[in-house]
Design a protein around this ligand. Sequence first.
Ligand code: SAM
Length: 364
Amino acid sequence: MAMFPPALPHVLVECLTSPGDVVYDPFAGRGTSPFEACLRNRAGLGSDANPLAVVLTGAKVDPPTRTELQRRLNELSAEAQVASIAKEPAEIKMLFSRRTLGQLVWLKSELNLRRRADRFLMAVLLGSLHRNASVSGRPLGLTVAMPNTFAMSPGYVERYIEHHRLQPPAVDVFDFLKSKIDSVTLPDQPFKRGRAWRADASRSGRWPKHYDPAKLVVSSPPYLEVIKYGKYNWIRLWLLGMSPRGVDDALFASGSVPLYLEFMKRALSRTSEDMREDGIACFVIGDVLRGEYDLNLAERVADQCVPDDLRVMAIVADQIPLQHKVTRIWGDGRGDATRTDRLLILGARHARVRSLKPVRWELR
Ligand SMILES: C[S@@+](CC[C@H](N)C(=O)[O-])C[C@H]1O[C@@H](n2cnc3c(N)ncnc32)[C@H](O)[C@@H]1O
């Protein structure tokens, strides 16, 4: 959810940085910016207050080699056990076949997310845990068929399963992982590795060792509305051993303009500490429909939240075609929430921007 099109960081990374530079996203989400940076041999760094975002971003910017990954998967398959599922909550048990769940419970305790290969396997599981069904009706993920992007509430899923008499698929998790990793592209040349870590963007935090300050920040802060990333990801968070409510409590989510501006003020000031003297920060901030009017939030942030060590270089308005936005799945009303996205471009003391190429949103 709420991912921005890869074309945006692609263009910004290409135009505003050189190979070897550090690109940072303090609201990394699924890691679109840091990943685009790594694809262009820049160091992609990302932090987020949501542990799910940290695993996804970490897997993308610091992936294992294929040999490492295959070795680890073989090791896990050889040791694999089907753990007891007796203590798992009923809302989890209804989703999986007994054996699949037993394998997942065992993997949950075995995977060490500090290790590259383990983190990557976890990210693969998180990404394909619940998916739609094939045309023949066979679920494509590990649970009964449900939307890939977010999880409906447990009560809704329970009623849906009963109504449609759904049976969870009998999937061997290790065979599933093997077929998934056979189809992913892993780097076969050395490249500048990145990092992902958990941090609240509005509070002082650590910067990873051995990385210079950021030449470029490309980010999209939380929207001015209450989006419960934890709640909508309750199944993935179960796999990570985290509570959805605990995750939501750690995230900024509010529809209040004053609270949003206060949060952004702290976040911009914090981010500027991690930037080079010629660093540039680009924040995607969507207009918000308030009553009959569009509130130009980027302009408000530019007026009220920019710290002394940064200056406003530009606000670029862009109309992202609705068909390229994830919010389209909620229907037109929700898609309207950010019909015009604006790119707020801030520069540190010695920052210069020559020109930016037009962004082709359909670029993948
Ligand atoms: C609009 S999404 C970013 C999506 C990202 N650009 C992508 O392409 O996936 C906003 C992100 O901000 C994170 N977030 C919310 N409050 C936060 C906070 N206080 N500190 C850091 N991250 C936060 C959310 O977890 C979410 O991943």
